[in-house]
Ligand binder design. Structure first.
Ligand SMILES: Cc1ncc(COP(=O)(O)O)c(C=O)c1O
Length: 384
């Protein structure tokens, strides 16, 4: 089946009791067993261990990522936390992309460091640097590509090959491109991680996460952490996400087309200092963007001439684009990573990895692109 057919039909079937075409929201704590000997005969015992609505979403995401199995979580951060807990012990070391969502950096440096886990934040656009950072006690490589917010890419196949040589699992945060455009497991990665909050939902309605594993062993390690720590996805969230996923490919194609036009408009604007979008020929890793993914995505960043002050003026005055955290929704959003999504990354580290004070991040939505560009044009005209 093709991707668009799978995003609608995989993992779901009409409700056997009523024929309801949508998988119902199984809002229940427990599941009555027929007898002690038939415990778990219907597959469910208690909703911390499994829920039919959530399971339908897990099966759909597994089909889309071509994985072995998926575990869904209450948030994207809970998914990343489960990967850390599943594969790292005190005294272990992990290699992580030096540009990644600020929450990933915060979790590593502010929580796991308290328990004797070491991290190296490495420029994973340079696969040789990833290899060089591996130590005897390295137990996990986590890359985020494209990375939030600078869009720096990591070569998934090259890093997965290095990870395999060393017997270390390689997890890829695939939130920005989703399996519609990029399938890390096909490129050799072991885990594909998502904030389903973003493109899977697509409507600013939920917060959720997922870890797709390439093997039963990896999946069991992740599932065990969920069962033990209780970081589950709620059935209402799974239901809404199941509806969002059905249009994933259509939204992503249209949002990416809009992003290409927005990036080209910004690149030609006299008040814009620099623009970054993987679909621009000027993007430093344009060839890698084309070879490891089938689309460029809908995230763009730029800097206004005049730096931080000018960027703030633009973000405070722009219409139609909502000044908000989140990305991937049908609504276009504008974000200032330094004060919002990456506020917990120390200034020196932010500067080292290129998250500049004036960086303005755009999540391009599904509105008419002429309206999005007109709003940007007007806001740029107001910048002094
Ligand atoms: C790339 C990436 N990974 C993970 C997360 C965390 O996801 P959540 O907000 O669903 O916890 C985010 C959130 O912005 C993100 O952008």
């Amino acid at each position: 089946m093709g991707f668009s057919t799978k995003q609608i039909h995989a993992g779901v079937s009409p409700d056997p009791l009523t024929g309801s075409i949508l998988t119902p929201i199984y809002q229940t704590t427990t599941y009555v067993q027929d007898s002690v000997d038939e415990y778990l005969a219907k597959g469910y015992s208690y909703s911390r261990s499994g829920n039919p609505t959530v399971r339908a979403l897990e099966q759909k995401i597994t089909a889309l990522e071509e994985g072995h199995d998926t575990v869904c979580f209450g948030t994207g951060m809970a998914a990343i936390n489960a990967v850390f807990l599943g594969f790292l012990n005190a005294g272990d070391h992990a290699v992580i992309s030096d540009v990644a969502y600020g929450g990933t950096y915060r979790l590593a440096t502010k929580i796991y460091s308290r328990f004797g886990v070491e991290f190296s934040f490495v420029d994973s656009s340079d696969s040789a640097a990833v290899r060089a950072a591996i130590q005897d006690n390295t137990r996990l490589i986590l890359t985020e590509t494209p990375a939030n917010p600078t869009l720096k890419l990591s070569d998934i196949a090259a890093i997965s090959a290095i990870a395999k040589e060393h017997g270390i699992p390689h997890g890829v945060d695939n939130t920005f491109l989703t399996p519609y455009y990029q399938r890390p497991l096909e490129l050799g990665a072991d885990l594909s991680i998502h904030s389903t909050t973003k493109y899977f939902d697509g409507h600013n309605a939920t917060i959720g996460g997922a870890v797709v594993s390439a093997s039963a062993e990896l999946n069991e390690a992740v599932r065990f952490i969920q069962h033990a720590t209780g970081s589950i996805m709620a059935p209402q969230v799974a239901f809404l996400t199941l509806q969002g996923v059905k249009t994933l490919s259509v939204r992503m194609d249209r949002q990416s087309e809009n992003a290409q036009q927005v990036a080209e408009f910004l690149a030609g604007h006299p008040k814009v200092e620099s623009v970054c979008y993987p679909g621009l020929a000027s993007f430093p890793q344009h060839d890698l963007a084309k070879s490891q993914a089938s689309g460029f995505g809908a995230m763009v960043w730029f800097e206004v001439k005049g730096g931080l002050a000018a960027g703030k003026q633009l973000m405070d005055s722009i219409e139609l684009w909502s000044l908000a955290e989140n990305l991937g929704s049908v609504e276009s959003l504008i974000t200032h990573p330094v004060t919002m999504t990456h506020a917990d990354v120390e200034e020196a580290e932010r500067k080292r990895v290129g998250i500049t004070d004036g960086l303005v991040r755009l999540s391009v939505g599904l509105e008419d692109v002429e309206d999005l560009i007109a709003a940007l044009d007007l806001a740029l005209a107001k910048v002094k």
